[in-house]
Design a protein around this ligand. Structure first.
Ligand code: GRG
Length: 319
């Protein structure tokens, strides 16, 4: 696929995702208005929308149909809300103490620390409230009448499976677990073991990418465990490659393009894939992981042209 064609399609798809995410955002009203404003400020501050894009593309790869979009769309928004909450909390003074992200002031920097914490909490909780809106589709009616109209088994099964994946990958066995290990690693005196760093990258970064792709597959109707596990492995490779690239960009990236300071890892004496394995090896490993991910994608069959280009664009990304 030519670069200009890929960029056009990417732009169009990102716009659609953007519209879907915004359609699920809460209304800014009531005595809790400030926290809702802070939540919406964080979600609409920009970002590549990579996780929903991966979810939708995996859904399509496995033959997901337009008529099932009301089941998928709440999850597209939910995963971005969870991703955004993680960034909002990660930027807090108690964690990374970052004042800028995506070229804008961080949430706590605009609304204060207490609202920063609450906006993150609010987004995490609201993500599940949003995902549960898919129940309306399962029942074929408004959720207030759920008890009176039996929901088709098949839809409920897919929804439940997607929720199990999302809760697990975002929690202590997923992203929160990875962030915990990362924070402790920062205080560690000696060098990190390569497996320790891999644990951090797998859980902090790959988990939510895995959730996105696995949910896309499950909601498209993939039922066998073996295929879901292959999707999980493919997303693992993508997640690790993406994080290594993030570490690389902190060394060779451009502040204008990234919308955040570069060299912050070195400044904070943070051990990263680059400091442990060196820049050359890091670049090589990104290529190897991406090739492996593409190999798994190809084994699924189906139209994967755009998804493949998306993966390649991630390893060549500048932001
Ligand atoms: C606070 C529980 C908790 C977790 C925080 C996501 C995270 C875990 C920390 C952010 C810092 C970081 C480098 C995470 C690795 C994943 C990563 C590269 C996130 C940035 O994702 P992008 O590039 O961001 O998709 P945009 O801005 O495009 O949405």
């Amino acid at each position: 696929m030519e670069a200009s064609m890929f960029n056009d399609i990417l732009q169009k798809k990102t716009k659609t995702i953007e519209r879907i995410i915004r359609s699920f955002l809460p209304e800014e009203k009531g005595y809790q208005k400030t926290v809702i404003e802070a939540m919406n400020y964080s979600v609409t501050a920009g970002g590549k929308r990579l996780r929903p894009l991966l979810m939708e593309e995996t859904f399509r790869l496995f033959g997901g149909k337009d008529e099932d979009l009301p089941l998928l769309e709440p999850f597209l928004a939910a995963v971005e809300m969870i991703h955004t909450y993680s960034l909002v909390h990660d930027d807090l003074p108690a964690m990374d103490n970052d004042e800028y992200r995506r070229g804008k002031k961080t949430t706590w920097n605009v609304y204060g620390q207490a609202m920063g914490i609450l906006a993150g909490d609010g987004l995490l909780n609201f993500a599940f409230e949003t995902a549960l809106q898919a129940l309306e589709f399962c029942s074929g009616t408004n959720r207030e009448y759920l008890t009176t109209v039996p929901a088709p088994e098949y839809n409920l099964q897919r929804l439940t499976r997607a929720l199990v994946i999302l809760t697990k990958k975002a929690g202590i066995y997923g992203m929160i677990g990875g962030q915990t290990a990362d924070i402790e690693a920062e205080q560690q005196e000696g060098a990190l073991e390569p497996e320790q760093l891999l644990f951090i990258h797998e859980h902090k970064t790959a988990s939510l990418i895995q959730a996105s792709m696995m949910i896309g597959a499950v909601l498209a109707g993939v039922a066998d465990e073996e295929t879901v596990q292959a999707v999980e492995k493919c997303a693992y490779d993508i997640g690790i490659a993406f994080q290594i690239q993030d570490d690389i960009l902190d060394v060779v990236g451009d502040v204008e393009e990234l919308g955040k300071p570069v060299g912050s890892d070195a400044l904070n004496h943070k051990q990263t894939y680059v400091t442990i394995h060196g820049l050359r090896q890091a670049e090589k490993d990104v290529e190897v992981l991406t090739d492996e991910a593409i190999g798994i994608l190809e084994s699924f069959g189906g139209d994967n042209d755009f998804l493949k280009e998306l993966l390649l664009s991630l390893i060549h990304r500048r932001k």
